[in-house]
Design a protein around this ligand. Structure first.
Ligand SMILES: Cc1ncc(COP(=O)(O)O)c(C=O)c1O
Length: 389
């Protein structure tokens, strides 16, 4: 089966022709400040000419089955609240993981439910995490007077230092959060060590493992901490349909945990009210679609190969990645923000600097033609970066 773009026109999407000029990054939190030129180039997906490699989406999605299911669900169900479809997805997930409905919370992508967990946890103490992890939702409580995140340095190779994290758990910690594989590094933690850590740490505090990229790793089942929930450990796990399933714009994610933890976290927001018929139909149609997932994995591996070749050809290095993005070290004088700006001039969108990690630049393994453009633009962008420095 082929998954070409034309099949996606099933939903009647029309694409504007032009894609010239600068483009910005749109985030849901900054919608009011969005740059209009960026909106025109990115609404309903990037317009031709824009290489969108900045948010770790899977551009090969939605799968053909998901598109068909959405069209049907929207025409027959768009007028109605989506509660029954949500229950259908809960049961599907419950059956797969061997858990009950009360062990699962759904929301529009995993961000809302991760935010609720952050709000709940910070009523008890700080969130503890590595220096580098996907901390967007963990920073949320700070805005309403909650505690700062307590951070533990990463190892020299930007891995997660589990021993240091464990040692940093004290009675002021309300939750320890690990993203595995990690964003933005792409690195994965040894599953045996992570399991040991989760069991030990969860005796002291709640442990959250964000497994947004789990389905992209070589052995997703071996690398998941979900079984610890059934064994009764104080562990919660977040998952999403935004990554391998290619449904980032359809917004479906979920959290798994003990009935008590899920009920407690659900007190901080109505996740169930944030989901919609189209997203649920797509998620239900995609969850067991092995053919589409394998297809996506192959494309991601191909795209990562192109990125690694370009990195090497330009005398740079990058971290090994278990995800659909690569964390590139731009070298001693590297400047991820300047590099991002230089790439943006070529209509190639990548991520800028993370925290104090100035030379580290993240690029997503997107469409093959877009990643090839990134590779081709690299020498010129590096030169422009050096001039900006
Ligand atoms: C590690 C991680 N967790 C969670 C999310 C949130 O994604 P979503 O709200 O689409 O599930 C992201 C998004 O990039 C992510 O990288």
């Amino acid at each position: 089966m082929t998954y070409n773009r034309s099949r996606r026109l099933f939903l009647g999407r029309t694409l504007a022709a032009s894609a010239v000029g600068a483009t910005g990054i749109l985030t849901s939190s900054g919608l009011a400040m969005a740059n209009q030129a960026a909106v025109e180039k990115l609404y309903y997906g990037p317009k031709p000419g824009i290489a969108k490699l900045n948010a770790n989406e899977n551009p090969f999605g939605p799968s053909p089955d998901a598109i068909k299911a959405m069209a049907e669900a929207v025409s027959s169900g768009g007028a109605y609240y989506a509660y029954p479809a949500a229950v259908k997805l809960l049961d599907m997930l419950g059956e797969y993981y061997g858990l009950e409905r009360e062990n699962i919370a759904l929301s529009a992508g995993s961000s809302p439910i991760l935010s609720f967990a952050a709000m709940a946890a910070t009523t008890k103490g700080t969130i503890l995490g590595p220096d580098l992890f996907w901390d967007t939702t963990s920073k949320l409580p700070i805005k309403s007077g909650g505690p700062e995140i307590k951070r533990v340095p990463n190892t020299a190779d930007l891995g997660i230092d589990l021993d240091a994290l464990y040692d940093a758990i004290d009675d002021k910690v309300g939750m320890v959060q690990i993203c595995n594989p990690n964003n933005p590094t792409g690195r994965i933690v040894d599953p045996v060590k992570l399991k040991e850590f989760c069991i030990k740490a969860s005796k002291k505090t709640l442990v959250l493992v964000d497994e947004a990229y789990n389905e992209l790793v070589d052995d997703p089942v071996k690398n998941s901490m979900v079984p610890l929930i059934k064994e009764g450990h104080n562990v919660i796990v977040a998952r999403t349909f935004s990554k391998i399933y290619g449904l980032a714009g359809l917004r479906v994610g979920y959290m798994l945990g003990s009935a008590e933890n899920i009920e407690w976290i659900n007190r901080y927001g109505l996740g169930g009210y944030t989901i919609n018929q189209a997203g649920l139909a797509a998620a239900i149609a995609s969850f067991n679609d092995k053919a589409f997932m394998n297809f996506s994995r192959d494309k991601i591996a191909e795209a990562k190969g192109i990125i690694y070749d370009a990195v090497k050809a330009n005398g740079l290095t990058a971290l090994p990645s278990s995800t659909n993005f690569v964390f590139v070290n731009l070298g001693k004088t590297g400047d991820a923000n300047a590099f991002r700006k230089a790439m943006e001039k070529e209509n190639i969108l990548i991520r800028g600097q993370y925290r104090t990690y100035k030379p580290w630049s993240r690029v997503s393994a997107g469409k093959i033609e877009d990643v090839k453009r990134y590779a081709a633009a690299m020498p010129k962008a590096l030169e422009a970066m050096e001039k900006m420095a």
